[in-house]
Design a protein around this ligand. Structure first.
Ligand code: ATP
Ligand code: MG
Length: 266
């Protein structure tokens, strides 16, 4: 290997370049660019309506951006539909989780295994031996994940008996079961008590380390952002306002102004 290659910075897990999104005449994202370095935890913050969830929707293939580029480990993904993103190592949780409320917590988590189940709908329906083997593996791993995130006690419960905040934990387990390398978390602390947020911070740190993940987290809870992230990108009105550490963001007059009248720190 030549010297130039040896000294090249490692490829980012995620590169967003000049990304714009318009709905009719409304600009939702306006030329946003940033990188999420491999193995890091990047925060994405900004006032309500800044475009954070829309940006996640573009990265996860739920929205088609109007222009720009999204590279996941160097692969262009703007035209890749959401259902194929798991194969490229991406998983996400949603700001408003939509679990199967009639199914158990464990069954909800097991849905995350679909991306690596062998065969297709026919072998799943017939429950052929390779499918049954993988199902056992998925069940065991799903239970381990629930234990690891402090939700083992809820495995057999119907999902609708859990609080909204805990649905986020179930979604996190489902996302992890898809074996991602890049994980997007949209407001994981919303609806959690102070103690539960502390536990979540520990969980995100542990899963990042144990599963060798890169994490991008959207949060209004600045305590969580300060505790977890290496860097933050601040969005306002669809554009990147600044990028730096959480402390730099909180003391930046432009950020304070963007949040004017809103709560910057909790
Ligand atoms: N499918 C859509 N059609 C039209 N407008 C949309 C659509 N999705 C998002 N928007 C608009 O884009 C803007 C950004 O919304 P988005 O949900 O991305 O903000 P956010 O930063 O996640 O806010 P919050 O912190 O409240 O979750 C809003 O004005 C929203 O109404
Ligand atoms: Mg949002």
């Amino acid at each position: 290997m030549g010297t130039t290659t040896e000294h090249q910075a490692p490829q980012p897990a995620l590169s967003v370049r000049d990304l714009s999104l318009h709905f009719g005449g409304i600009t939702v994202l306006d030329g946003v660019s940033f990188d999420a370095p491999q193995g890091g935890i990047l925060g994405l913050v900004g006032p309500n309506g800044a475009g954070k969830t829309s940006l996640f929707n573009c990265i996860s293939g739920h929205y088609q951006p109007s222009s720009g580029s999204i590279l996941v480990e160097g692969t262009e993904t703007v035209r890749v539909p959401a259902w194929r993103m798991a194969k490229l190592g991406l998983a996400r949780t949603f700001q408003h989780p939509a679990l199967r409320l009639d199914a158990s917590v464990l069954e909800n988590v097991m849905l995350g295994a679909h991306s690596w189940m062998p065969g297709g709908p026919v072998s799943w329906a017939l429950r052929l031996p390779p499918t049954r083997r993988r199902e056992r593996e998925a069940r065991a791993t799903a239970l381990q994940l629930l234990e690891q995130t402090g939700l083992g006690w809820a495995a057999a419960m119907p999902a609708d008996e859990l609080s909204h905040g805990l649905h986020k934990g179930v979604e996190l387990c489902r996302a992890l079961l898809s074996r991602p390398r890049l994980l997007l978390l949209d407001e994981p602390a919303a609806g959690l008590s102070h103690g539960e947020v502390e536990q979540l911070i520990g969980t995100v740190r542990a899963v990042r380390r144990d599963f060798d993940l890169t994490v991008v987290v959207v949060e209004h809870h600045m305590g969580l952002i300060s505790a977890l992230t290496d860097r933050v990108v601040v969005l306002d009105h669809g554009a990147k306002l600044m990028e730096g550490t959480a402390a730099q963001a909180q003391s930046d007059p432009r950020v304070v102004e963007a949040y004017l009248g809103k709560e910057v720190a909790r």
